[in-house]
Unconditional design. Sequence first.
Length: 204
Amino acid sequence: MFEAVRELLATQGMRLSMDSVAALAGCSKQTLYSRYGCKRELLRQAMQLHVNSATAGLVVCSHTPLRQTLLDFALSYLERRNMPNARRTSQLIGASAHEFREEARFMYQGSAEAMRTLLTEWIQTEIDCGRLDHDDPHFMAELLISMIAGQDFERQRFHAPHRDCLTERRRWAEFAIDSFLRAFASNKEAAVVPDKNNTRSFSR
């Protein structure tokens, strides 16, 4: 069901209908309404599943080095955002946001804002565990996501050269995560961050 929603968002954007979801999922529209009640609830659950999956690797105070946990999250984030369906969905929603303002806000709250909220909660637990220095976890979460994304999605939006392979995205992810940890990691965690003097330029 949710796979059908993801596919249709990439082709129909805000105009996605319960009829089209039912047709692609191979079920009746009545079945959809009995399970989810309305289109908004179906979308909410689909987005929640996506956000939970994207943040599943952020285990609280685990034995995994903080750098590795954040690097895995960054690579997963970039991989998901670079999937063709995700690109098309972002473009369609952005193009029609002025027409469907309420729906666009709902989509933002259920995706990007929900992601930032979960990341904020995880950062707070890492602060409490002493792996990150105390600061504003809301700002830290927003800064981290911005650092991971960089300007690459803007380059794609304007059809400019961008980091279009895993190797280039990994180099950027390492640079972003190491920069974040130099700013916020506790002394113990900061000790595993590579020396910035040995870091090559990651600009393109």
